[in-house]
Design a protein around this ligand. Structure first.
Ligand code: PA5
Length: 449
């Protein structure tokens, strides 16, 4: 059953439902591009059938491999950036104990991340941790040539080989990369690392349901079968309902497009559960890299409430009116905790004594929705009954399909990322890479260095 409910009641005051439904044809055309592979980037549509393509045998193989890695690791390092780490992190952090880094890991390895930045201090602290812990790692790069994870892996490879010796180190490294191209594939073959393939037709940000996401998630102890099953449900649902009527994915994409055309150029994803922080990060990457091109696209942002009601909340309430909010809301928490009664009532909270924290959180949510709507910010609400692997699988596919539909409706290729090259070229030139000599001189002059 589709667990996701889309609530557009707090959009209709800005954009009438008929206006959203008037996107029926663009939605149908975007769906045709996706299912008939006729749109730009059509060689990157492998994610569409991915959930149903993943066999039980394959997930079982990943679970077995994860168990072997778990048995010898207190820490598991995921080396990757962008789509090669955010999906795994989104799922792992949504499902694990909030204080997993303090040891609440149910006996499973703590998953940590490397290669998602180039900070010397971060890497040094990570090495400090790895000096003290038994660990293994997955190096994940589809291209195998991305600078950030390549630097991190160079350092970690030397560390793990020194710590365990060459033969054992090789058993503790897993490479997840393209099937034939790239330096990482060559290295994995020559060193004999266990390896998995990122399918050619699945781009980084759509790859969470490949070994890129599944292996780290399984090592963290989460239920990857349920994750895939949830995504599969929405895959089938979307295929059967591939038009705007009664289809929340299509309605979400159409609403975004209608809001964008009405000048709402920023989408703020909101959550009231800190465990969804990295889900928002995954969403930002998925939508930002897919839509932001040719000088168009909605800028995806994110906030965690009620925390950010005491910071960005002010802007959302009263700043420039160019945004809408998309709330991912969770009906039921895992636990139960109420506000205690206090004899003195100095803080004047006895009026909510006995109420569950979730009830207070929910009233904060509902109150904020009305305040922001009154302040001119349309609110889309996406509800799930609870956070679990199955529902996360549903959300993942919901947002992937919503993103592809949105990209095609916007008239861009949602599967490329040409803009990412600009910073790389400048960085290479400034670092003095061979072949960039001319740019090196120009950039250095511009920077006065
Ligand atoms: O979505 C994408 O394609 C990117 O964000 C990539 O995932 C990211 O740049 C990392 O690329 P790679 O896996 O080739 O190292």
């Amino acid at each position: 059953m589709l667990q996701i409910k889309l609530d557009l009641e707090q959009v209709y005051g800005f954009i009438p439902k008929e206006k959203i439904l008037s996107f029926e044809k663009p939605v149908a055309s975007a769906y045709r591009h996706i299912y008939h592979k006729t749109g730009p980037g059509n060689d990157f549509l492998g994610w569409v059938d991915l959930p149903s393509d993943i066999s039980d045998q394959f997930t079982a193989q990943i679970i077995d491999h994860a168990a072997e890695l778990q048995s010898k690791s207190e820490v598991f390092v995921v080396v990757g950036i962008g789509g090669s780490y955010l999906g795994a992190r989104a799922v792992i952090e949504a499902l694990q104990h909030h204080f997993a880094p303090m040891g609440f890991t149910s006996g499973k390895p703590l998953v940590v991340y490397a290669g998602q930045n180039i900070s010397e201090d971060y890497m040094t602290d990570l090495l400090d941790l790895l000096d003290r812990k038994d660990y293994s790692m997955a190096v994940i790069s589809k291209s195998g040539t991305t600078t950030e994870p390549a630097i991190a892996f160079r350092i970690l490879k030397a560390h793990i080989e020194k710590k365990y010796g060459l033969l054992e180190a090789r058993k503790r490294i897993v490479a997840i990369t393209d099937k034939s191209r790239g330096a990482l594939k060559q290295l994995a073959d020559s060193e004999g690392y266990a390896s998995y393939v990122v399918p050619d037709d699945v781009g980084g940000r759509y790859s969470v349901l490949t070994p890129v996401g599944l292996l780290p998630v399984a090592v963290a102890g989460a239920d990857i079968k349920a994750l895939v099953e949830g995504a599969r449900m929405v895959e089938n649902y979307s295929r059967a309902a591939s038009n705007i009527h009664g289809n929340p994915i299509a309605m979400y994409a159409a609403t975004r497009q209608a809001l964008y055309q009405a000048g709402k150029t920023v989408e703020v994803m909101v959550n009231y559960e800190p465990r969804l922080f990295y889900f928002t990060e995954w969403f930002k990457q998925l939508y930002g890299e897919s839509e932001g091109k040719e000088n168009k696209g909605i800028f995806p942002a994110g906030v965690g409430f009620t925390t950010d009601l005491h910071s960005l909340g002010q802007y959302i309430q009263e700043g420039l009116r160019m945004m809408f909010e998309t709330i991912v809301t969770v009906d039921k928490p895992k636990s139960q905790l109420a506000v205690p009664d206090a004899n003195t009532d100095l803080d004047q909270l006895n009026y909510i004594a006995g109420k569950r924290l979730h009830e207070v959180n929910r009233m904060a949510e509902l109150g904020t929705i009305l305040a922001h709507v009154d302040g001119g910010v349309p609110n889309i609400r996406i509800r799930i009954p609870e956070i679990n692997a199955y529902n996360l699988g549903q959300l993942i596919y919901f947002f992937e399909m919503g993103c592809a539909l949105s990209g095609y409706m916007l008239g861009v290729n949602p599967f490329d990322q040409p803009g990412v090259e600009a910073y790389k070229k400048n960085m290479f030139a400034l670092l003095g890479k061979k072949g960039f000599e001319e740019q090196t001189a120009t950039l250095r002059r511009r920077l006065g260095i």
